[in-house]
Ligand binder design. Structure first.
Ligand SMILES: O=C(O)CCC(=O)C(=O)O
Length: 343
């Protein structure tokens, strides 16, 4: 019965696609896949999301930075709210007023369990591949997302990402299907559009499944993601903890105030061209200790390309941490080399 219904939705998707109705085709395929998951359909969904982005009608972008309340002005550290207090204004007030906003318990327990298991599957499938070349075409957990055209990178960065404890979510079609489904069901996709006041896209080359080992040093540099993305983008990262972290497993550290521009990176003793050394960090924070964040599975933190943060490890940690960073961009200011997927 469910595969009959799925086939009906597949046919409706095919018709919508041939009429140029990409977004309807995506909705039909999502419905079909909820009933009867298929690796081919999950790969098709990724291609359609990319095509649908390029067919969006041009529309005026909203005034930026957006206006917001100052509800967190007197909070110490990174402000936090519970899931039932979440609104686009709260995210704007957190991100533009204080650099970030933590939302406790936003992703329901069963979705967290599913996404955490997806991360393991995606890493295992990637590691079974030959450096990113798929060995099993029927494997839903790893399928290279090949990028062609003027924005194609000279070398696909997936190996570098894997070495740093990441696998691109879009290279794990089943995980990406689950992620987009969770975001839609939890109302996060709609919230992000309200935040930008326009359509939003996730990025193939930024949205990452992460496993951080207790003694991780890779990726531990203080950085703003704008150092990779360039100036002038409109981004929002939804960082989701899939396991408890900050005490026994690596969490995040953050500068708990808004920084309005890209700071000079790669200076002094900085380990990377994109990272900031502790001396520069002290100048930026005025000597105030950055916030050390602790999360339970299902907690999230929203921040953008100007937030200065670092993976947080300390001696004696004994557990690994799983997380997803899901980078959204406003359609009108998309950094095209990051490869868009309409949500
Ligand atoms: O998960 C981490 O430890 C690093 C996350 C990060 O740097 C980011 O989301 O930009």
């Amino acid at each position: 019965m469910s595969s009959l219904r799925a086939r009906m939705h597949d046919r409706m998707a095919e018709r919508a696609r041939s009429n140029g109705e990409f977004e309807r085709a995506i909705q039909m395929l999502m419905q079909a896949n909820r009933r009867s998951p298929s690796p081919e359909r999950e790969r098709l969904l990724l291609r359609l999301r990319n095509e649908a982005f390029h067919r969006l009608p041009q529309c005026a972008s909203a005034a930026w930075p957006p206006s917001h309340s100052d509800r967190f002005a007197h909070v110490d550290g990174v402000p936090e709210i519970s899931a039932d207090q979440l609104s686009a204004d709260a995210v704007r007030a957190g991100v533009f007023g204080r650099g970030a906003l933590i939302v406790r318990g936003l992703v329901p327990h069963h979705d967290v369990e599913m996404l955490a298991a997806d991360v393991d599957q995606a890493f295992a499938a990637y590691d079974r591949s030959r450096h990113g070349k798929r060995v099993d075409p029927a494997d839903p957990w790893f399928a290279p997302f090949e990028i062609s055209g003027e924005h194609a990178p000279a070398e696909h960065p997936r190996r570098w990402i894997r070495a740093g404890g990441g696998v691109y979510a879009a290279e794990s079609p089943r995980a990406m299907f689950h992620l987009t489904d969770v975001l839609e069901r939890a109302g996060i996709t709609r919230l992000v559009e309200t935040y930008f006041a326009e359509r939003a896209a996730l990025s193939v080359l930024k949205t990452t499944l992460r496993i951080v080992e207790p003694d991780a040093s890779v990726g531990a540099g203080w950085h703003q993601d704008g150092a990779f993305l360039g100036a002038g983008v409109r981004s929002l990262n939804l960082w989701v903890a899939l396991t408890a972290c900050g005490r026994h497993a690596p969490g995040l550290q953050m500068v708990p105030h808004r920084i309005d521009q890209l700071v000079n990176a790669g200076t002094g003793g900085a380990a990377f061209s994109w990272s900031v050394d502790t001396e520069r960090l002290r100048e930026i924070t005025g000597g105030v200790e950055p916030a050390w964040l602790e999360f339970e599975a299902g907690d999230v933190v929203f921040f953008d390309e100007l937030n200065l943060h670092s993976t947080a490890t300390r001696p004696g940690m004994s557990q690994r941490r799983k997380a997803i960073e899901a980078w959204f961009f406003a359609a009108s200011h998309y950094p095209f080399d990051r490869v868009p997927l309409l949500v």
